[in-house]
Design a protein around this ligand. Structure first.
Ligand code: PLP
Length: 442
């Protein structure tokens, strides 16, 4: 028989502002597997901590997103946002599902090429494209989304020198009711910068301006922002076509759809709050269906959706190292995965589950990582059952922005695996070793 869990009794001050026993309990029940594959077996085979991706969730997400839009609008295209997660296997899965590539640096551009994406299916965004980047992209007939006037001038000069007419869009920023508004990328709409850039492109007549691009922000929880964005972008496209004669053929509305993750600042969880793909699609396409473009031209709608397609398909499996009672009586549980692996824990209250289900003994717990740093906190306050060394802790909604923003700090980065639809588990990325780290030093 397993030894009963025991802890020496202690007196604890009750903090009156905390929800009582009838208050909200957002904690989930025990979870022992991912898509039928036991967590215990995953740890035995690949070690802990371990990033685990679910193939079936990835495919389900992109298919749902596509269906939401394509059942409402004739021409829709998705381009996978590389910076959200550029593990080659993840990118390749989205390309297999028909997604183009959306990149924001020369490095990401090369990665897309190596993943077999045709260069004319790469959308090149980002505020810092080098001359070499621009040359590569224009020679490959990629869609270059211009961010600033310097870039516009540089690209125009290169176009003349090379005798190529690159396909471009301008990145537009606008007030969609989301504050603080992201106005540092692209050309501002309301102040007239965007129009000036379009006029310049039209009068110089060296670039083929085939699209307009706007990415209003990330984790946008209100569909109305997209309604406003679509209205403003459609109006700009209409003007650019009729007044400047620009051959606009697509509107790229960027990414930003929220996943079902929970923002720290939010009282309710993302599972309760965040709109579905259908909600976003209805808001956007209902605006666009009413707009009549010259010659009845059908604008292609482009999305660079990142986090909403991958966040819920990624898990971080970790193991308990120890429990500590803090001086004030709070319970502190230390696990072997820290904020160096989980950059998003600074903004989100990631859902946490254990394999041990005992709701009666749940206690508000601070969940810490293994780093020798006071900021290494995965959750400030999460209800957990009593845990002991080596118990498994599963962190949810970690598929977006972690395996790109993770850093090698104090510990090394762990393995990444994918649970395939057929039940097999594939290693996507090896754990780092000391030799990997030392290789780059002289
Ligand atoms: C990061 C980024 C995206 C993806 O945003 P999500 O919020 O992850 O959907 C799309 N487009 C551009 C230009 C970006 O910088």
């Amino acid at each position: 028989m397993e030894k009963k869990r025991y802890e020496r009794p202690l007196l604890k001050r009750i903090v009156p502002t905390m929800p009582g026993k009838t208050g909200q309990n957002t904690n989930a029940v025990a979870q022992t597997e991912i898509d039928g594959v036991p967590l215990e077996g995953l740890r035995e085979r690949f070690g802990s901590p371990l990033f685990v991706f679910s193939e079936s969730r990835l495919r389900k997400n992109i298919r749902e997103a596509k269906q939401a839009f394509s059942t409402r609008y004739p021409e829709v295209r998705f381009a996978w946002s590389y910076k959200t997660n550029y593990l080659n296997s993840i990118c390749s899965l989205f390309h297999e599902e028909g997604s183009w590539a959306e990149v924001v640096s020369g490095f990401e551009y090369d990665k897309a090429i190596e993943n077999g994406v045709a260069s004319n299916r790469i959308i090149f965004n980002g505020p810092s494209k080098s001359e070499a980047d621009l040359l590569k992209a224009m020679r490959g007939d990629s869609l270059i989304h211009i961010d600033n006037t310097e870039e516009l001038r540089l690209l125009t000069n290169l176009a003349v020198a090379e005798g190529i007419r690159p396909r471009v869009a301008i990145r537009v920023n606008l007030d969609a009711g989301i504050y603080p508004a992201w106005s540092r990328f692209g050309f501002n709409l309301e102040s007239g910068q965007a129009w000036d850039a379009l006029e310049k492109i039209a009068s110089e007549n060296r670039l083929s301006c085939v699209g307009l691009h706007c990415h209003i922000g990330t984790f946008i929880q209100t569909v109305n922002a997209y309604r406003v964005e679509t209205e403003k972008m459609a109006a700009l496209a209409l003007d650019a076509m009729t007044k400047l004669g620009l051959p606009i053929s697509y509107l790229d509305l960027g990414g930003g759809f929220a996943s079902k993750n929970s923002l720290k600042s939010s009282y309710l969880t993302g599972e309760d709050l965040c709109p579905s793909f259908d909600d976003y699609a209805e808001a956007i396409t209902s605006v666009l269906r009413r707009v009549k473009f010259p010659g009845d031209k059908k604008m292609v709608l482009v999305f660079e959706t990142g986090r909403a397609l991958v966040d819920n398909a990624g898990f971080l499996l970790s193991s308990v190292i120890t429990n500590k009672r803090m001086a004030d009586g709070r319970l502190n549980t230390v696990i072997d995965a820290g904020v160096n692996l989980l950059f998003t824990s600074f903004w989100y209250n990631h859902k946490v589950t254990t394999t041990y289900d005992n709701v009666a003994l749940m206690e508000p717990t601070t969940l810490c990582g293994p780093l020798c740093m006071n900021i290494d906190v995965i959750r400030d306050n999460v209800l957990l059952p009593p845990l002991k060394r080596n118990d498994l802790v599963l962190i949810h909604y970690v598929g977006a922005y972690n395996v790109t923003q993770w850093m090698q700090f104090i510990t090394m980065r762990p393995k990444v695996v994918m649970v395939k639809e057929n039940g097999e588990v594939h290693l996507l990325r090896d754990a780092e070793t000391l030799a990997d780290i030392n290789r780059m030093e002289h």
